[in-house]
Design a protein around this ligand. Structure first.
Ligand code: NAG
Ligand code: NAG
Ligand code: NAG
Ligand code: ZN
Ligand code: ZN
Length: 803
């Protein structure tokens, strides 16, 4: 944090002080101060100057995001990427010499409606360092680079009047972060935000948390509540916090008076990681009477519980629910009873606290936090224009928007925290109506109308996006638009992202299956609460509809999204995510057609086709279903239809082919001999190619792979496999189409039943020339779109049961 600045940055510092001291919201203005003129010079200076180094870091991030986006949009050939793709920016000549540097300063206009997935930054001063490429290079991945820095002050607890945060331009937002009284900032709304306090229990931090809570309770009555919460409902047991006492008492439901007017049902629920060796302090049959009558010495509790108690008291609340203290840990019946209420406990809590940055209960979550990385600007001698700025200004690099606090299915501000690696904690994140989240560097707020972070981001959800995670899942639950809407020939890229039948549920499953779970048999129970909440929200009190929805749930899939949900495969390893192998479970968890039957991260590729905004997408037809639902059974262990299973079967009517031969997939993507055009992108996880014999006695090949690694014993019998086609996608070109197929690899178990062992994902291929091993070619169909329904394989559908 030392002000090691080069002379040019020192000059800039004076400009920042005088601009900010004018203290009003303003448009972008170019900064008229001499600064480095080439990226090469900034790089050189960054070795000693902190500000130059922050700017370089911002440019590098900006570049990384561009490269990622260009890859996603297929702006270049993935097989043959540009040579400078991953070079540091200062080694790429067009940036180093060919770019012009421009600095501008402006204040954000204030609260505006945000677009799904975007945050809103309010009333803050920003300094933007743009490195504009002047020479157009042949290759599109050389866009201008931008580093966004915001003007902040360090958290200053000693200032009279406590909190000095003032970040806002609108009256609505002023209620959440009031400007320091009597300043010009209050009058105009121009402002200087403060960084997050490194102490989560500081007055600043607690005051902000309280304001969020009060604001939500007062202003969000319409949106921030759960459907179907009975008046006065509370969990079976709660911890009572008595201000000033060294003890906390366990209270049983009957002993807490909840009438229509009391606030005793305002309990807080804690979401936390137990830690590898379990949680060190629990309530059992034996300790229950002690915890109720004599109380629990707070000093004996593990740090995470102590932190939670302090925080709840600090927020002025009285009751806290912690699973290991409020559920008897040695009593299966009590556990089963409470587990069935888990969804209600988190959904109906007044507030949920996520101890996100704690990987075990002994560690706590309110310790000293890492101070934000800021560059302090040297104070400028006080003049008439800057006199009321009796403060030290700093600059803080803003992470690129893509990596920041965002909504929906995009990158998540808690993604890297230990709590987000636990399977059980997913529904604890999704269910709450309002939650206070303690991350590595700061505190976040999430309710059904608003997201905020301690250092000044505030995002008010659009009316159509309100309702939090549960409503988001409900929005695509049995949704009218599906990937199977054949006939409506449409431009995929004009459609809203992800608004397809059950999209959000299966996205959630992807996140969920990437998390750790200690007991495989918990796979279905640990999201049972979320499934139940969806049924309840979707049903909105209509018992018949709820009953129908409940019957739709099939071992982690939904009947109205059956084909989407049957087509899962292992997730491809991205850069951050290691290639995961799926592992069969030892104990029975779910039928083989369910993603819950294997351990490891799964992926639902059917939705990808709409998300890739590659150029060919506009020409894509819809998926054509080939399999039809006939019937299914699921045997629940307990009475809970969402809980653990003892068995289950699914019968579909679909084309089924025996596999004749199996080969490894060839490395080079197959091409077409007859049709000109780029074939669809290959599956990232298929590694085999299977030969089938179609109804016309032709040999057809198609790519796919096994779900889990087979033992040697099983390896020899791969040709006992069969392929069941679930759906196809005619991938259209100008004068014809390729036939992309999606399906399951099955293995016969007995007369009645097949087991799912793998997946099929690829265009139909055929042998070309005598060396067919090496030369599989794509089968191209010379027909226009009106013929795509002509199926080349001679489909004979039959009833197939998978269990
Ligand atoms: C509480 O409110 C419910 C409905 O809101 C009502 O039916 C009930 O009689 C009330 N109870 C008391 C004790 O006022
Ligand atoms: C959480 O906190 C610890 C310190 O207790 C820190 O070392 C760690 O990096 C933090 N963040 C994550 C994502 O684990
Ligand atoms: C799903 O949607 C369809 C069409 O809107 C409707 O007919 C059906 O009843 C819905 N199913 C459930 C379980 O809500
Ligand atoms: Zn510098
Ligand atoms: Zn709210």
């Amino acid at each position: 944090m030392n002000a090691n600045l080069c002379t040019l940055c020192l000059g800039l510092s004076a400009v920042v002080y005088s601009t900010v001291s004018n203290d009003e919201c303003r448009e972008v203005e170019s900064v008229d101060s001499p600064w480095h003129t080439t990226l090469g010079a900034v790089h050189q200076s960054s070795l000693t100057c902190r500000l130059c180094s922050l700017v370089m870091e911002g440019w590098s991030q900006s570049r990384a995001v561009q490269v990622e986006q260009a890859s996603l949009q297929a702006d270049f050939n993935i097989e043959n990427p540009p040579p400078d793709l991953h070079l540091p920016v200062y080694e790429i000549p067009v940036y180093r010499y060919g770019a012009r540097i421009k600095i501008s300063i402006y204040s954000e206009p204030g609260l505006t409606w945000v677009d799904g997935g975007k945050k809103n930054q309010m009333g803050e001063w920003h300094l933007v360092f743009a490195c504009n490429v002047e020479i157009l290079s042949s290759f599109e991945v050389h866009d201008s680079l931008e580093a966004f820095l915001r003007v902040v002050r360090e958290c200053d607890e000693d200032v009279a009047g406590g909190i000095r945060r003032n970040a806002i331009c609108t009256p609505d937002a002023l209620q959440i972060f009031p400007a320091a009284p009597g300043t010009k900032a209050e009058e105009y709304g121009g402002s200087i935000a403060s960084v997050a306090s490194s102490n989560p229990l500081s007055t600043q931090s607690i005051t902000i948390a309280k304001r969020w809570l009060e604001h939500c309770v007062r202003e969000h009555a319409e949106t921030c509540h759960a459907s179907g919460k009975p008046v006065g409902w509370i969990p079976t047991r709660l911890l009572e916090i008595i201000p000033g006492s060294t003890k906390t008492y366990l209270r049983e439901r009957g002993s807490i008076e909840v009438d229509n007017n009391s606030e005793n049902d305002h309990y807080v629920a804690l979401s936390h990681c137990w830690g590898v060796r379990g949680t060190p302090f629990t309530t059992t049959r034996k300790t229950l009477p002690i915890h109720v009558n004599e109380g629990i010495d707070i000093s004996e509790l593990p740090q995470t519980f102590r932190d939670a108690l302090i925080l709840v008291a600090g927020l002025g609340l009285q009751y806290l629910w912690i699973d290991s203290l409020c559920i008897l840990q040695d009593d299966f019946e009590d556990w089963a009873n409470e587990a069935a209420q888990m969804a209600d406990i988190y959904r109906h809590a007044y507030l949920v606290i996520n101890a996100a940055n704690s990987s075990g209960d002994t560690l706590g979550f309110l310790g000293e936090r890492e101070a934000p990385d800021v560059v302090r600007l040297p104070a400028v001698p006080s003049s008439s224009t800057t006199s009321h700025l009796d403060l030290n200004l700093c600059l803080q690099l803003l992470p690129h928007a893509n990596q920041w606090f965002s909504l929906g299915e995009g990158p998540d501000h808690l993604r890297k925290e230990p709590l987000s690696t636990r399977a059980w904690c997913l529904q604890e994140r999704y269910l709450p109506v309002r939650a206070l989240q303690y991350g590595t560097r700061q505190t976040f707020w999430e309710c059904q109308s608003m997201r905020a972070s301690e250092d000044g981001y505030l995002c008010v959800l659009r009316p159509e996006e309100q309702g939090g995670h549960v409503q988001r899942l409900v929005r695509t639950a049995n949704f009218s638009r599906s990937v199977f809407a054949r006939g409506e020939y449409r431009e995929a890229h004009t459609e809203p992202d992800g608004m397809y039948n059950w999209f959000h549920w299966y996205q959630m499953v992807q996140d969920y299956t990437a998390r750790d779970i200690s007991k495989p048999t918990d796979r279905l129970p640990a999201i049972a609460g979320l499934a139940r909440a969806i049924v309840r929200e979707k049903g909105r009190g209509d018992a018949k509809l709820e009953w129908e929805m409940e019957n739709e749930y099939m071992a982690g899939l939904w009947k109205s999204g059956l084909l989407e949900g049957l087509f899962w495969c292992k997730a491809a390893g991205g850069d951050s995510q290691k290639q995961q192998q799926l592992i069969p479970t030892e104990e029975y968890v779910a039928p083989s057609w369910s993603w819950a039957s294997v351990l490891g991260a799964v992926h639902f590729p059917v939705y990808d086709w709409y998300r890739r905004s590659a150029r060919w997408k506009a020409k894509m037809a819809d998926f054509e279903p080939l399999a039809e639902y006939v019937s299914h059974t699921v045997e629940s262990i307990a009475q809970d239809p969402f809980g653990g299973l003892a068995g289950g079967g699914l019968t579909v009517k679909a084309p089924l082919f025996s596999v004749r031969k199996v080969r490894s997939r060839q490395d080079r993507p197959p091409q077409s001999e007859t049709l000109f055009g780029e074939p669809p992108r290959r599956s990232g996880v298929a590694d085999k190619v299977y030969q089938l014999q179609d109804g016309k006695n032709n040999h057809i090949w198609v790519e796919g792979g096994m779900d889990t690694a087979l033992t040697d014993d099983q390896e020899g019998k791969e040709t006992e496999l069969a392929v069941l086609f679930l759906f196809r996608l005619p991938f259209t070109l100008d004068h014809g189409f390729f036939d992309q197929r999606f399906g399951l690899l099955l293995k016969r178990l007995d007369d009645r039943c097949f087991k799912r062992v793998g997946f099929i994902d690829g265009v139909l291929l055929k042998e070309a020339g005598p060396y067919f091993f090496k030369r599989l070619k794509i089968v191209g169909y010379h027909q226009d779109m009106s013929f795509v329904s002509v199926d080349s394989l001679g489909l004979e559908k039959q009833e197939v049961t998978i269990c």
